[in-house]
Ligand binder design. Sequence first.
Ligand code: UDP
Ligand code: MG
Length: 311
Amino acid sequence: MLSVVIPAFNEQENIPAAAEKLSEILSPVTDFELIFVDDGSRDNTWNIIKELSEKDKSVKGLHFSRNFGKEGAIFAGLKAASGDCVAVIDCDLQHPPQLLPDMLSAWKNGAEVVEAVKSSRGKEGIIYKLFAKSFYRMMKNSSNINLDGASDYKLMDRKVVDALNDMPERLTFFRALSCWVGFKTERIEFDVAPRNAGKTKWSFRKLFKYALSSITSFTNVPMQIITVSGILFFIFAIILGVQTIVNFCMGTAADGFSTVILLILIVGSILMLGIGIIGYYLSKIYEEIKCRPRYIVSERAGDLSGQDNKR
Ligand code: UDP
Ligand code: MG
């Protein structure tokens, strides 16, 4: 049986279309359940999911008490899924569901993770593309996880889902974690379709925060950069120190105010930057040790037979 996890945030126009399309494509090939995870939508999304689940036994739903973000929604769906394999797909049909039968047969042929990889990035602004590119490069250089073209559109074997469910961390980054756990992976390319209805649910601010937290949850390189720049600065300080002493001994040490001002500015900003980076990691540690749940489920719909959905 295949479980399909579909995170949805304010997607009232897209739910019926997605359910219909998925059922149409999946019913000839396999048994399936559709788990819509309503990420605290403020529109009619949850009522539509509930109605659908009453009419159609394969539709199930979870409703969060507020918006916890797509990551929480994905992991809630993974916990609730009971299939032998689980697919994660966007609600807006930007991830073409026609690919699912191919992904399924790749899984049947032994792949444990089937990644759908973007062969084109669809309609995105130039700045957005630039940010995405530099973010992916940073992830690749610092943690050796290749996210080029990666999306959240994946099909995973039960083993992989169990491994992900066992991750104790709260600040997750599904796209990279599903790569980090390893397993036999196969990639299938797809073209990003335009959004079915509605607008993107990611503001620039939300995306930027997401990128920052993903980088810090996968690598300590930003902190090592501080150490390296400290070392470089120390070498520079020795050279300048020697010069200053020599000047002093030769009695020519009076002027040089610009140097002092520049040094204070540079040292000050590097120190503050360093403290900021360390502070950021500290705040992440703080968030993790508080051990708050990743999300809170306030309602359920349909017959969810997966594991306990608490965390
Ligand atoms: N989404 C979510 N919670 C959020 C933001 C988005 O569950 O806080 C869902 C959204 O409903 C959609 C998927 O994540 O199914 C991808 O979002 P979107 O299409 O807005 O992102 P884009 O395709 O523009 O990157
Ligand atoms: Mg989308």
